[in-house]
Each structure stands twice: as structure tokens, then as C-alpha cells.
Write a protein that binds this ligand. Structure first.
Ligand SMILES: Cc1cc2nc3c(=O)[nH]c(=O)nc-3n(C[C@H](O)[C@H](O)[C@H](O)COP(=O)(O)O)c2cc1C
Length: 177
């Protein structure tokens, strides 16, 4: 992040630098801003909002997990029929679906077309152990579903308080001149 910030300052000062990945609270936002970001992009944190068009069972399953309960895999794309090149994996909850198919891609490909309709129904109906649930490692920082506006206000307020107060607390009183 700081290296990219330096690059942009030098070569493209009008380009905004947005930090993403693992940011789910004011600490992450404050840290990203200190590293030179102009702003942050929240994925998983805003996924855990009622505005997100996902079955609430999937949100509940993710809230019960943490970063170590996720894994990068391709099973969810095989199940949906998305033919990404091999290197493009996606992070999902480590659940029954993943345990069954992650590492068994060849076998999965032989049954995926026939089971696709049921898989997609499982996504829509909230069968959380039977489908891939995309979330980032930041899920370990997310403990409730909250309205998007509340999430945004809380994170911005926390970041501002940290940037204003924490540095002073770490440094202690200024030495006498
Ligand atoms: C529901 C969901 C779907 C996602 N789908 C994709 C995707 O199709 N392609 C991709 O590159 N990243 C995808 N991501 C990862 C986001 O790019 C990632 O969440 C973003 O970098 C922010 O990281 P964070 O979730 O830790 O905040 C997805 C994330 C979520 C939560």
C-alpha cells in the first residue's frame, strides 16, 4: 500500500487509491489511511447487512465462523458452471460442501451439470452447509448483521476517533520545550 501510494504520488497524483481486503472495522480503515489509501472498499462487512441479497442463513453461518474457517477453492464455481482459469480461486466458508468437493475437482465436474439446479436452489433457500458461501477472512471481525448505513457510520466514526486519539495516547504527553 505505501509503495503504491508513493508511485501514485509521483506518477499519477489525481488517481485515488482504495484499500480492500480484510477491512471490517475502524481499525482497518484507520490503518489503511495511514498507509496512504484515500479510502477503503468493504466486501464481507457490507455482505453482512440486510440490504445484501443473500439468504440470512448464509449470513448466520458466516458470523459463526472466522478467518480460519474459510478457504480458497474452485468448487463453488464448478457447481455454478463458471469456467474460470485454474489460478482464480475464491474464498468461501469451510463447510460440508467444501469438505466434499474441494480437492475432488475432477469428480465434481462429472456431476456438476446434473446437480446444478439443486445447488442453485440451495443457495436461494439458505441451505448453508450444502453450497459455497463467499466471504473474506475479515469474517472473524464481523459479529452481527447490521444496516449498511450503520456499518458505514460506525466504521468512519471509529477510524476518526483512532486517528485523533490513538496517536496521542501512544506518544504520551509532548516533552517540555
Ligand atoms: C459475496 C462476495 C462475492 C465475491 N465475489 C468475488 C468475485 O466474483 N471476484 C473477485 O475477484 N472477488 C470476489 N469477492 C472478493 C472481494 O473482491 C473482496 O471481498 C474484496 O476484495 C474486499 O475484501 P473483504 O471482503 O475482506 O472486505 C467476493 C466477496 C464477497 C463477500
Amino acid at each position: 500500500m505505501p509503495e503504491v501510494a508513493d508511485l501514485l504520488a509521483r506518477d499519477s497524483p489525481d488517481t485515488l487509491l482504495v484499500a480492500a481486503g480484510g477491512i471490517a472495522d475502524g481499525r482497518g480503515m484507520a490503518a489503511a489511511l495511514m498507509l496512504g489509501a484515500d479510502g477503503v472498499m468493504l466486501g464481507s462487512r457490507l455482505w453482512a447487512a440486510p440490504e445484501c441479497l443473500i439468504h440470512p442463513n448464509h449470513q448466520a453461518a458466516a458470523l459463526a465462523s472466522d478467518g480460519d474457517g474459510t478457504v480458497r477453492q474452485v468448487a463453488a464455481d464448478i457447481a455454478r458452471g463458471y469456467d474460470w482459469p485454474e489460478e482464480f480461486t475464491g474464498r468461501v466458508l469451510r463447510n460440508g460442501f467444501v469438505q466434499r468437493w474441494n480437492g475432488n475437482e475432477a469428480e465434481h465436474r462429472t456431476v456438476a451439470a446434473a446437480t446444478r439446479a439443486d445447488y442453485l436452489a440451495g443457495v436461494a433457500e439458505g441451505r448453508s452447509d450444502a453450497v459455497g458461501i463467499f466471504v473474506g477472512e475479515a469474517i472473524g471481525l464481523i459479529h452481527e448483521v447490521a444496516p449498511a448505513a450503520e456499518i458505514m457510520a460506525r466504521i468512519a466514526d471509529e477510524a476518526a476517533a483512532l486517528l485523533q486519539g490513538r496517536a496521542a495516547a501512544l506518544l504520551g504527553p509532548a516533552p517540555p520545550q
